[in-house]
Design a protein around this ligand. Sequence first.
Ligand code: ATP
Length: 238
Amino acid sequence: MSGLLELIDVQTYYGNIQALKDITLTVGEGEIITLIGANGAGKSTTLMSISGIVPPRAGDILFMGRRLGGVSPNEIVALGISQVPEGRRIFPYLTVTENLDMGAFLRKDQAGVKKDMEHIFALFPILAERRNQPGGTLSGGEQQMLAISRALMARPRLLLLDEPSLGLAPIYVRLIFDIIRRINREDGTTIFLVEQNANMALKVAHRGYVMETGRIVMADTAENLRNDEGVKRAYLGA
Ligand code: ATP
């Protein structure tokens, strides 16, 4: 199957430590794909390999058929891939609006940027209310909304989300997953979601991959994974 994004036998290292061992996976246009797994399995490394922050040592990553080997992280953003890193790293001293502007730094279409900002404010009314407030004064959940919104300002075709629900109050967890669904359905953005909250992730995703110690050990529809006894025991707390 050919997809919007394809990883073929990707191997990524930190010095001598091999974090990814022959990762092969596909993300189709319009899909929400989730990657689940325990701490240290290699989920974040998979995202950072795609966004070019930790380039793979071997294997291929193809986006719209184009090989990403040797392409810089900025160029990868310009090609249409935006990443929301773990830990909602917003700019605390910049206002909400300024944070959103930073997400659009590669864009030249000022009218489009303004329109997209209004769209973001419609998706997240709380950010509209706080548009002149420094990012650092927002609550954890609001900062996560801002981090996702900033990534959306680049108009990505593929959005990479690293543990968006981590450490958030349950009400924000529901809101964030709801927004993920809407971004996908209403805007048609393809989403690659890394999560430890496998329960929620497998509810919003179409398909999923399970990762253990640097390898993909299962690939199936989200529904089949949700009903799998091994997955239930290991990741769904059943
Ligand atoms: P978590 O949910 O804890 O973020 P993860 O599945 O995202 O886990 P990674 O962060 O990708 O896992 O880590 C994969 C492996 O690579 C782990 O063994 C980890 O210790 C190692 N690793 C990650 N970052 C580095 C680094 N900067 N230097 C050395 N080893 C690293």
